[in-house]
Design a protein around this ligand. Structure first.
Ligand code: CP
Length: 357
């Protein structure tokens, strides 16, 4: 089944193939392609772009859409589990788009669903459809995804778009600069993945010099809703604000991207510069999500490459040490992945240390 859960599930060629499909759909309307299919959008967290662009994409493919945009008004308020919600939704539709605050929730939903599941953002974990539209934007603006120099700025700890895009661009020999306050720097497990692949990166605390060097400056909002200690949010929330004057010495081909919503991290005067691409980036979500829906519904030929089979073990209780992991709030199979002598949570992919089975 063509679930769409993590960028790690796709090879470089597979990513390029989906982007090619998005490019085709951008110029060639396919109004009847999915008219026999129903798309369900289950959004347990707020969203403007992801939900509206998935709904628009489904309509453009001819598919009717139903769903909810917050848990209020659903039986979740009566205590229904995510598991039972998915078991219900699967009988009413042909594919599910889910956004949920728990890390690994989309993987869990895919595990129990009879229909393909598309991850619209799971906690601070991943946001792969955003990543595809980010790649699509970079490809269009820079002509190639290869050897891009990219700086991420802002909340790199909780910014799931940063995590997914880092994983994807590491397949294209990118060079990374991570600019953030120490409290919200990029997680170690992602840096470790880059080191394992021999990919160049630097951690920085200032963006002024780097705008002269990079092709992409990817700015993110400090994600207030994910901080457990609010005083840390107050300390870091205004650390970086990009203004037009900061771009005076930028490389000519620089593009400024942002997954949006923004709060104050990009001043309005940047919108009027040639570098600002974030609204076009969000608009690119429609053809890209058309491609993802048509992939899930198997509407175009897509050959999956052979992947190394991972060793997956089930447990009687959750061993994941990530408090926000779905395995610590739902009845899952508490699976762990054994990989190169180490253990990782199957759902949120965090390493599990000192497993005592
Ligand atoms: N970029 C993004 O995920 O935006 P929304 O939260 O509005 O969907």
């Amino acid at each position: 089944m063509n679930h769409f859960i993590s960028m790690k599930d796709f090879s470089k060629n597979e990513i390029l193939e989906i982007l090619k499909r998005a490019n085709y759909l951008d110029s060639t309307p396919e109004r009847n392609l999915c008219r026999e299919n129903i798309v369900s959008t289950l959004f347990f967290e707020p969203s403007t772009r992801t939900r509206l662009s998935f709904v628009t994409a489904a309509y453009k493919l001819g598919a009717p859409v139903h769903g909810f945009d917050s848990p209020s008004g659903t039986s979740l308020q009566k205590g229904e589990s995510l598991r039972d919600t998915i078991k219900m939704a699967e009988s009413y539709c042909d594919t599910i788009v889910i956004r949920h605050p728990k890390d690994g929730s989309a993987r869990f939903a895919a595990d129990i669903s009879k229909v393909p599941v598309i991850n619209g953002g799971d906690g601070a974990n991943e946001h792969p459809s955003q990543t595809l539209l980010d790649l699509y934007t970079i490809q269009k603006e820079q002509e190639s995804l290869e050897n891009i120099k990219i700086a991420f700025l802002g909340d790199l700890k909780y910014g799931r778009t940063v995590h997914s895009l880092t994983k994807a661009l590491s397949l294209f020999n990118a060079e990374f600069y991570f600019i953030a306050a120490p409290e919200i720097q990029i997680p170690d497990y992602l840096l470790e993945e880059l080191r394992e692949k021999g990919i160049k990166y630097q951690l920085l605390d200032n963006f002024q010099e780097i705008v002269k060097k990079v092709d992409v400056l990817y700015v993110t909002r400090v994600q207030k809703e994910r901080f457990q200690d609010f005083s840390v949010y107050e300390k870091v929330k205004n650390n970086y604000i990009l203004k037009a004057e900061n771009l005076r010495n930028a490389k000519d081909n620089l593009i400024v991207m942002h997954p949006l919503p923004r709060v104050n991290e990009i001043a309005l005067d940047v919108d009027d510069t040639k570098f600002a691409k974030y609204f076009q980036q969000a608009a690119n979500g429609v053809p890209v999500r058309e491609a993802i829906i048509s992939l899930a519904l198997e509407k175009f030929p897509f050959s999956r490459e052979e992947k190394v089979q991972e060793e997956i073990l089930k447990n009687s209780k959750s061993l994941c040490q990530n408090n926000n992991c779905i395995s610590n709030s739902e009845e899952t199979d508490n699976k762990i992945v054994h990989h190169h002598g180490r253990d990782f949570c199957y759902y949120c992919r965090r390493e599990i240390k000192d497993v005592n089975r």
